[in-house]
Design a protein around this ligand. Sequence first.
Ligand code: COA
Ligand code: MG
Length: 275
Amino acid sequence: MIRRSQLYVPGNNERMVRKAAAELKPDSVILDLEDSVPPEEKGRAREILARLVQELDWGGKELCVRVNPLDTPYFYADMELVARLDAVKCVVVPKAEGPLDFIHRGTGRSVEPLIETARGLLAVEDVVRSEGVEAVSYGVADFALSVGGDHRAYVGNQTIRTLVVAAAAAYGADPIDRVFFDLKDLEGFRRECLEARALGFVGKQVIHPSQIPIANEVFSPSADEVAWAERVVSAYEEALRQGRGAIRLDDALIDNVHYRLARRILERAREAQRR
Ligand code: COA
Ligand code: MG
C-alpha cells in the first residue's frame, strides 16, 4: 500500500465525495465524520456514506473513514456504519490516546490513529503498536488546543514529528505528515512535503485537490533515485553471489543497509507506477 496523499472529504458533502471517487487521484480518501461535519449534520453524513460508499468505484484508492473521537456520543454509530461498509478498509481515529486494539478486533479494518492531544503524544507508542495500525498521522491545531498554546507555534514542531516517525518506524506503520491549511500557498505545501519526506514521512494528509499531485510527486521516488537503486541492487546481488557483503560503487560504500534501502525505493516506484 502506498500512501503518498490522503485526501479528506467532508462526509456530508455528496458532491465532493463523488468527485473524490471519480475524478481525483489521491492514494487514500478519508471520508470525514469528525471536525468537518457539524453536530447537526452527523446523521446526514452517515446516511450519505451508507448510500454512496458501496455504489461508487474507488478504483484502487484506499478508502478510509474518520470516525468521531472515542469519548463522543457519535463514536458508536460511526463504528456501526463502518462495520456495515465492506468498501471501507481503514478507520482513522482522531485524538487517539491509548491502545486501539479493539477497533481492529471489532471491525477487521486497519487503523490510522491521529496524534493530536497532550495525552496522545505521551502515549504515542501504546497507540501505534495497537493491532491493525498501518499508518499514523498527527495534527498541530488540536494539539495546540489541548495544551493551551497557539497552533502557529506548533507548525513544523520537530518533537511531535520525531516521535511520530519513530513510533511508526518502531512498529511498522506508515508515518503521514500533517494537513497544511493555507490553500493558496502551494510552494509552502511543497516545501513542507520535502521536509517531511527528509524526516522519514512517506506521505501527507491533504484537504484540497490542488495539493494531491504535489504530494504524489514529492513522495514518489525520483528518476535519479530509481536509477541509483537499480544500480545498487544489481551490483550488490552480483557481489553477494561472490560472497561479498560490502562493495565500492561510485566511490561510496554499499552494504546491506544500502541494498535494503534501494529495494524499498524500487518497490515504492513500482507501486507509484501502478497508480
Ligand atoms: N474533496 C473533494 N473535492 C474537493 C475537495 C475535497 N476535499 N475540496 C475541494 N473540492 C472540489 C470542490 O468541490 C470544487 O469542485 P467543483 O467546482 O466541481 O464543485 C473544486 O474541488 C475546487 O474547490 P474550491 O472551490 O477551491 O474549494 P472550496 O473553496 O469550496 O473549499 C475547503 C475549500 C477547504 C473548504 C474544501 O477544500 C474542503 O472542504 N476540504 C476538506 C476539509 C476537511 O475535510 N477537513 C477535515 C480534515 S482537516
Ligand atoms: Mg483534529
